[in-house]
Design a protein around this ligand. Structure first.
Ligand SMILES: [Zn+2]
Length: 307
């Protein structure tokens, strides 16, 4: 049986429960990024742990911490959060988020060496710890698919091929999703091993149907972020995908990568928004319970376990 690595040891598919496929719990954003935007200072272990507890109380069981190497992944802080909230399984990742975040060394280092570094995160552990990554990330910029974007996606594809861990990408405002699939599949990655994040930033039914019908997973992770449009829009596309028989291809997360999204840091909508507000609304809007169980439990399980 395939097991999934978490911060403190491996678990089986049965232990996954309700999954948030794309989250940020605690990281140390690069200094230049913090100078540009203080709203990336999501770095307080106690505050993150306090709010993660509310997510567990709302029924959450497994969370994927999507902070990549270039975004300031901090395995020590994530491990401390995990120690404080042992009731939640935390899966961590390797790989890179998007070219804009990457320092010079990412471009100066040969691709094969970056692949080796990421593979080591999966086979040996991250930054001298025994915590192994269970996902590899890649990503591209807003409406671009240049040599930098391609390099990050190729690294993810090669790491996946060496280790078997699934790929979750960053899309900028939901753009270039189909092009990412073309690059990854072109590198030999099976569609069911790919999930594209932030696709509900670009709630375009035609595009989502095309990607889902190809067997790729669509990540919806903007519920409650009204600056990215009202939930009505993403729910309408979600419903149409479910009606088209493609509800099995959607993963849900909340992607709270900024302290202003967290109640414990003085903001909102809060880490439990999907479970306490969005899911009840889906029920209220007529989405059947089986479809909701797919979104929360069955789809991420299939994606992570690979069957
Ligand atoms: Zn994110």
């Amino acid at each position: 049986m395939k097991t999934i690595p978490t911060v403190f040891g491996s678990i089986t598919g049965d232990e996954l429960g309700i999954v948030d496929y794309h989250e940020h719990l605690c990281f140390d954003a690069p200094a230049w990024l913090l100078r540009e935007d203080r709203d990336f200072a999501l770095n307080d272990v106690e505050k993150s742990a306090a709010e993660l507890r509310t997510w567990a109380q709302a029924g959450g069981k497994t969370i994927i911490e999507m902070s990549a190497i270039d975004f300031g992944r901090c395995i020590e802080k994530v491990r401390r959060v995990a120690e404080l909230v042992p009731e939640v399984n935390i899966i961590v990742i390797t790989g890179f988020n998007k070219p804009y975040y990457c320092d010079r060394w990412v471009w100066d280092t040969p691709e094969a060496e970056l692949v080796r570094r990421c593979v080591r995160d999966i086979t040996h552990g991250i930054d001298g710890t025994d915590t192994k990554a269970g996902i590899v990330k890649g990503g591209s910029g807003y409406n671009t698919m240049n040599e930098f974007d391609r390099k990050l996606l190729r690294i993810a594809a090669k790491v996946h091929q060496e280790t078997g861990v699934p790929i979750i990408t960053h899309t900028e405002a939901g753009t270039m999703g189909w092009e990412q699939v073309e690059v990854l599949v072109g590198e030999g990655v099976a569609p069911q091993c790919i999930c594209l994040s932030h696709m509900d930033r670009n709630p375009d039914f035609y595009l989502h149907r095309r990607i889902a019908a190809a067997g790729v997973y669509l990540g919806y992770d903007c519920a409650g972020k009204v600056k990215y449009g009202p939930d009505e829009v993403r729910i309408n596309v979600l419903k149409r995908l479910i009606d088209a028989g493609l509800g099995g291809q959607i993963l849900l997360g909340n992607d709270l990568g900024r302290p202003s999204y967290w109640r414990s840091y003085g903001g909102g909508p809060g880490l439990d928004f999907v479970l306490t507000k969005f899911i009840p609304r889906l029920r209220d809007e007529g989405i059947r319970e089986e479809a909701i169980q797919d979104l929360l439990v069955n789809n991420p399980r299939r994606f992570l376990v690979g069957d």
